[in-house]
Ligand binder design. Sequence first.
Ligand code: 3HC
Length: 329
Amino acid sequence: MYAQVVKSEGSKTRDEMTPEELAFQDRIDRGEKIEPKEWMPEGYRKTLIRQIGQHAHSEIVGQLPEGNWITRAPTLERKAILLAKVQDEAGHGLYLYSAAETLGVSRDELMELLHAGKMKYSSIFNYPTLTWADMGAVGWLVDGAAIMNQVPLQRTSYGPYSRAMIRICKEESFHQRQGYAIMMKMAQGTPAQKRMAQDALNRLWYPSLMMFGPSDKDSVHSAQSMAWKIKMNTNDELRQKFVDQTVPQAEYLGLTVPDPDLKWNEEKGGYDFSEPDWSEFYDVLAGNGPCNKDRLGARVKAWEDGAWFRDALVVHAEKAAARRAVAAE
Ligand code: 3HC
C-alpha cells in the first residue's frame, strides 16, 4: 500500500475534479476540519499517512540522540529535565501513530515500513550528539525548527492531526526553552564551555535548516499538500522564518552562526543566508548519513526485544475477553 503513498497525486484543477472532490475541496477552502469517517480523496488519505507516519517516526527516532546523554547529564536536575523531554517525544510519537491509525493504517504496518527503510524520518536524527552542548543545540535549534513547522500544523485540515499538534506544540516549546537554557549556561561558562557551545552550533546549524525539506522548487509534495491544507506553508517560507527568529538568539548568546554570507536584508525584512548543501541532504535521505545505520538498528532491536511483551498483551487481552464472555453467559 505504501508504494502508492510515496508520490502525491498530481494537483487537479477544478475542471478536472469529480463533484465529490470539488465538494471536498470547498470544505477545505472554508477551513472545515475533515474527520476520520468522512469521505476523502484517496490521495489526501495517502499523503496524510505519509506525512503523519514520517512525523511519528521522527519523534521516536528523535529520542535516540538525546537518550544517549541521559546517563551523562552533568547534574541530577539536568538529567531529570532531559528524561522528561525524551519521554515527551515518545508520547508525541503515540499521538501521531494514533492519528495515522484513524486513516486505516496500523502502527505495526508503519513500524514495518520504517524498519524496512521504506518510510522516512527526519534527516536531523542521523547526526551524532557528541558533547553536552549538543543537548542545548538540539533543544534550541532542532525543537525550535520543529515548532516553526508544527505551530501552523495546528490548523491543518485533518482533525486528529490538528488536535495532536496542539498538544505536541505545548511540550515542544518547553523543549526549545530547556535547550536554550543549556546554551546560555554554556555560552556564559568557561572559555572551553563556550567553545563547545559554538562547536555544537557549527555542526547543527545546516542540518537544522535541512529539517524544513528541499527548496520549494524541488519539493515534490508542497503544492498538493498546501491545496489540501495538510501543509500550511512552503519549506522555504518556514526556513526563512526560522533563520529570522534564530539569528538574534545566537547573537544574544554571543555565538556566531556559521554562515559568512548571513546578512540582514532591509528590503525583504529578513536575513539572506546560504542554502544547506543539498547533496548532503539527499545523501542522508538515501541512508548514508553519519548515524543512519545506528538509528535504524536501535529501533529494530527495540522492536524485536519488545516482541514478547506485545505478544503477552495480546494473550492477556484474549483471556480477559474470554473470561468476560463466560461471565456474560
Ligand atoms: N528529512 C527526511 N525526509 C525529508 C525531509 C527531512 N528533513 N524533508 C523532506 N523530506 C522528504 C519528504 O518526505 C519527501 O520524500 P517522500 O516523497 O519519500 O515522502 C521528499 O523529501 C520531498 O520533500 P517534500 O518537500 O516534497 O515533502 P513534504 O511536502 O512532505 O515536506 C516536511 C517535508 C516539511 C518535513 C513535511 O513532511 C512536514 O511538514 N512534516 C510534518 C512535520 C515533521 O515531520 N517534522 C519532523 C521534525 S522532527 C520532530 O518533530 C521531532 C521533535 O521532537 C523535534
